[in-house]
Design a protein around this ligand. Sequence first.
Ligand code: BGC
Length: 741
Amino acid sequence: MRYLGPLCGAKTAPRTLLILLLTLLLLGLGSLSPAVPGAQARTTAATARPWMNRSLSPDRRADLLLAQMTLDEKLALLHGWSGGSYVGYIPANTRLGIPALGLEDGPAGVADGMTGVTAFPAPEALAASWDTSLMRQYGQALGSEEWGKGANVALAPTVNILRNPQWGRSFETLGEDPYLTAMLASADIEGIQSQHVIATVKHYAANNQEYHRTTVSANVDERTLHEIYLTAFEYAVKEAGVGAVMCSYNKVNNVYACENPYLLATTLKGTFGFPGFVMSDWGATHSTVPAITAGLDMEMPDSTYFGNALKQAVLNGQVSMATIDEAVHRILRTMFAIGLFDYPTTGSPKATVTNAQHAQLARQAAEAGTVLLKNDGQLLPLDPSKIHSIAVIGPAASVAPQATGGGSAHVIPPYVVTPLQGITQRAGSGVTVRYAQGITTTGTLPPIEAQYLTPPSGSGQGLLGEYFTNMTLSGSPVLTRVDSQINFDWNGQSPGPGVPATQWSARWTGTLTPPVSGTYTFSLTSDDGSRLYINNQLLIDNWRDQATTTETATIQLTAGQPYAIRVEYYQNGGASNVALGWSIPGQENALLSQAVELARSSDVAIVFVNDVESEGSDRSSLELPGAQDQLIEAVAQANPRTIVVLNTGGPVLMPWVDQVPALLEAWYPGQEDGNAIAAVLFGDVNPSGKLPMTFPRSASDLPASTPAQYPGINDQADYSEGVFVGYRYYDERGITPLFPF
Ligand code: BGC
């Protein structure tokens, strides 16, 4: 039914035979005419490195090479090294001519801080296209850009099933259905590997949440595991011939995925017959002997367990040479099969690999993935000969387009065409297009200025900051100072003398004196955790390991009255920042009033709203962050011809859905954002996308939503819903979703 990748040896046998015959013929001719110098050199090279003979099978070539390797050379292939320009790196073996491995994320473009690359739409937009041939092109483009950057292993695709849509990596997935995911992932893999770049299907297995992702156990019964969570991996192996599998951070049935014999040895390598290699997610290896025995072949990104510790285990007989040989053979075999020896990358990390065709593909994919959820009264498509003015509203429309997701899948776009630019250009000179931001960028409010803050000493401005060398604000602070505002971005560095860069905490105290009476909105943004107390009452609880997340809350305050204020913060690892903002009553509405005014005085209003998803944290709820719901409601009231465009990584709750006639889901559309959405809005292309996931009416309708199911209690997440995931759950319960799969 499908193109079978180069790992499927049986299917390529006739071609192999032909090449073998031709090579024998060539070698034969060479021996008949030893005077031809080129032929002599070829023969010597073939004798010296017989594994370079392309007519042999990948298995045979791996056998020949393995036979020449010392123990140290073998072990060098089984773990990551520092020193390359890639997120994962294994240096070349020049003695034997084994190419270096450069591993780089995926899946929506070359990631990990590389520039000069194409920012494609998020994978779920491709899932919404339901178009495997488009997905194959997307994979090809990614593969060729990886290759051009000198990377030969792409850490893509992500095929985990969207179990609870609060998962912060929802945008990276291909939705909630195992078969759709399997079909699209296979096409993506075939595309990537056609470029002589090994694809890595991830994260194996049942990695469905960021919350406590490195400690949580997904407790899943066998049927559910196979019917829902392993299906796409099975197809990736059997249909697409994927070269690598990445095992995940979490435990499955209380055994870490990267040392889980049932998952790795029994199922993946046994039942599925996977001939490639298994690498760990970054830091997901937890042992030496159990991990390699269970079937882990490569530790990434370093050598904590598969470096010296593995060598010792071999020397003292805990790990057999056969086990080492099998792991090395799998890696070499895959490198031969995908063409890493025969078509070695000549690219470099500094190369510019994006081009006009890839930009065009990015646009086409964004258009094809856009889903028309609602179009009452045929408001769409817009006809520029009938409308004279358009109000374009929202941070995502211009100042903060939500083109890509965050975390390891974040791609640095060479440019982003904003919706405002795209619509203005497409509307032409006969239509006036004007912009209003409406609210601050995704709910972060302006920082509270020092003039409203007083330290506990009662003199001066700002708050007293106390910094601790632990994450629990315990013991005596190592650093005490007055900070004028809470608006810090330390970016993973130490905040001051004596405080480490990671695993620390801080508390700021003093009083807050509001200038006017009324309802204040506070916003607290942080990576990792933070919380705000006013008069010892917890007002905002943002206390968890997470990527930058904003929480807001409102409170009634009286002018001139001092309130005790306390902000607490902790940094675990990675990026670090905290910001406390507010809106002063009477002043917060300036932005909103402009947007409402603009909507009222325009023929049509288009509001762009977004969430901000990233690896590292889950969405705290399915509500649109900040004041975006209020923005939509206010605009829709001002202009009944209001269109809402969602730039979200998954479903959101829509309390305003009945108030707006037209609604589109455009996902994270990549660098061609504005061009793609303008083409859809004006009817140049048909919004033919279909949801690859269910949008619920309310949070209580979500599958897997009890605390025991998600995010789990005491790191035990019980998949007690069984196979009733996504639309299966809604069907089984008879729940009508807001918008169905
Ligand atoms: C992610 C993987 C990614 C790896 C390397 C991990 O944190 O879970 O998906 O490939 O980092 O960047």
